[in-house]
Design a protein around this ligand. Structure first.
Ligand code: PAF
Length: 293
């Protein structure tokens, strides 16, 4: 297939009909939802979908209802021309780019409500964020009807909540999680990295470094989570560009329950099943990252 032949579709009826016709002929549909301003993390998801599915659709939609008041909806980076050119080189066939009024008409009154899982970690600092994410993802799932949808592990909590939504609401779509893609110095790729000044960008890898250090410390005998947390927070707060730490959490990676003691997390000689996840502010930019042990 000519990799440049992408179809840009803005209305729901057209994308829905095109995909339905392909599915009728037995095509396996892969889907990558994005908010645009694509980076290598996104292209790795798209490329995996292209490899594993017959047809791949990518959506670009900056979803207003997942941004809180005072957050960066208005300034979220946008470059549709560049995005289209990147997608055209991946082998994806469809780009769904709805207008805001197409997704949320004047009479929009229903949303997904995420319970406890949406109120911890990022949800504690961004109230309503995961309701907004799940609402748009469910709408996109209903519009595209993919067989498989691809999400990155950098947003571990988002991925976890979407998997749970799919299970709880009996949505017949397989969710595949894909590794975090990093810059050479370890910084997780994110569209928001664009906000960082030169000096902030230089200091931003402190987040991944601290998470890695914390992960390594869990292997020490008799060390407590309290101690690891205190060392980690010191490491972050000593960095001149770190303005604040929203959270630095130890969680069971299969339940997202908070871990208070490392005692139960041994598999053979090593620890396992632990998610260490954090969100920090570097200047005015909020960065998140995690490691799974
Ligand atoms: O991860 C994102 O970019 C967004 O939260 C998503 C999944 C595209 C929903 O708007």
């Amino acid at each position: 297939m000519d990799k440049k032949q992408i179809k840009i579709i803005k209305d729901i009826e057209t994308i829905h009909a095109e995909i339905a016709a392909l599915k009728k002929n037995g095509a396996k549909i892969g889907f990558v939802p994005t908010m645009g301003f694509l980076h290598k993390g996104h292209t790795s998801l798209i490329e995996r979908s292209v490899k594993e599915c017959d047809v791949t659709a990518v959506s670009i939609f900056i979803n207003p209802i997942q941004f809180g008041r005072g957050e960066d909806f208005d300034s979220y980076p946008r470059n549709t021309q560049r995005d289209k050119s990147i997608i055209s080189k991946t082998g994806a066939r469809y780009v769904f780019m709805p207008e805001q009024k197409t997704m949320y008409g004047d009479d929009f009154k229903t949303s997904v409500s995420v319970k406890k899982l949406g109120k911890i970690m990022c949800g504690r600092h961004r109230p309503g964020h995961f309701d907004g994410v799940c609402t748009v993802v469910l709408k996109l799932f209903n519009i595209i009807s993919p067989d498989i949808a691809y999400f990155g592990r950098k947003d571990f909590q988002q991925l976890f909540i979407i998997k749970k939504m799919v299970e709880d609401l009996n949505i017949n779509i397989k969710i595949k999680d894909c590794p975090t893609v990093r810059e050479e110095d370890g910084l997780a790729m994110s569209s928001r990295n664009r906000y960082l000044s030169e000096i902030e960008r230089k200091n931003a890898p402190i987040l991944f470094k601290t998470l890695q250090t914390a992960a390594a410390m869990t292997e020490r005998k008799n060390i407590s989570i309290k101690r690891i947390k205190s060392i980690s927070l010191k490491m972050l707060n000593c960095n001149p560009c770190v303005k604040s730490v929203d959270y630095f959490d130890f969680r069971n990676c299969e339940t997202l329950d908070e871990i208070k003691s490392l005692g139960n997390y041994f598999k053979g000689d090593a620890r396992s099943g632990i998610l260490i996840a954090a969100a920090i502010r570097i200047g005015s930019t909020r960065l998140i990252d995690n490691v799974v042990i």
